[in-house]
Design a protein around this ligand. Structure first.
Ligand SMILES: NC(=O)c1ccc[n+]([C@@H]2O[C@H](COP(=O)([O-])OP(=O)(O)OC[C@H]3O[C@@H](n4cnc5c(N)ncnc54)[C@H](OP(=O)(O)O)[C@@H]3O)[C@@H](O)[C@H]2O)c1
Length: 251
């Protein structure tokens, strides 16, 4: 994958949590990272922290449920570089408490899908023209083992006992998006891959940190590791996969 140009990366929801660790680590490896922030106040602090360390990062306001901010984000990257190598679809929200399907309101279900699925799909579609302009492009989408139908239907898996319908269904749908994009560019001259990544249970603001830590959740650096590994892979030959640190995750 010969490319002497700067690797340009956009990470959504990167002002905190795993997205922030991904941004910091990829910038430490020489990438230019656009931190797509939802919370701009925190985004400014996070970007300053990294710029003070001499890292090449820039802040963009990117609410993935707001097409205007998505378009502005893409325009900012286009104006500065004219291409994008890596999109990490990291932004996401958890679901409502409980989550049994019969007890989930349509409003809650639509709310989770609005961010996790429709927002991510809109962001990805908007990024494709810039990914096509790069010598290679990677769409890395952070989904979850919670979205694995294989694990949910495996009676020996702990996921067969977990029933958080809105979040799980939204991540399953995102895995379907990964598969669709991986097929769209496969066997074409366009060098864009699409892969899903499972961070595993990680102690971040998304979850009840104390509860998760009691149950053995990983530190945020470990949760971010697989996405970073994929983003730093000098090859771009993995396509249509769903992986975690331990290997392949069933769809
Ligand atoms: N933590 C886990 O155990 C775990 C396990 C499997 C998968 N994941 C996935 O990993 C990803 C990162 O999560 P995390 O655990 O690092 O949680 P986090 O710290 O809460 O990070 C999620 C980020 O997404 C942002 N966000 C929310 N809605 C957004 C929107 N409409 N547009 C743009 N950004 C938005 C959040 O901003 P605000 O905080 O300002 O809302 C936050 O910065 C998520 O996709 C999550 O589903 C997490």
């Amino acid at each position: 994958m010969a490319d002497s140009k700067k690797v340009v990366t956009l990470i959504t929801g990167a002002e905190r949590g795993m997205g922030f660790v991904e941004a910091k680590t990829l910038a430490q490896h020489g990438q230019f990272v656009f931190i797509g922030a939802y919370d701009m106040e925190l985004g400014q602090k996070s970007v300053k922290e990294l710029q003070d360390q001499g890292l090449d990062v820039a802040l963009v306001h990117c609410n993935i449920t707001d097409q205007k901010t998505i378009d502005e984000t893409i325009k900012t990257i286009d104006d500065k570089f004219g291409y994008l190598n890596i999109l990490i679809n990291n932004a996401g929200i958890s679901g409502p408490e409980g989550g049994l399907p019969s007890e989930t309101s349509e409003k809650d279900l639509r709310g989770v899908f609005e961010t996790n699925f429709f927002g991510t799909a809109a962001m990805t579609k908007a990024a494709v023209p810039l990914l096509k302009k790069a010598s290679y492009g990677k769409i890395i989408t952070i989904t979850s083992d919670m979205g694995s139908l294989g694990l949910a239907t495996d009676s020996t898996s702990m996921f067969s006992h977990i029933n958080a319908f809105p979040y799980q269904a939204s991540k399953t749908a995102l895995n379907a998006m990964t598969i669709s994009y991986s097929k769209e560019f496969r066997d074409t001259k366009v060098n864009i891959t699409a892969n899903s990544v499972n961070p595993g249970m990680t102690a971040t603001d998304l979850v009840n940190k104390e509860e998760f830590e009691k149950n053995g959740a990983k530190p945020v650096e470990s949760g971010a590791h697989r996405a970073i590994e994929l983003a730093l892979d000098p090859k771009n030959d993995l396509n249509g996969s769903f992986t975690e640190d331990g290997g392949i995750v069933p769809w």
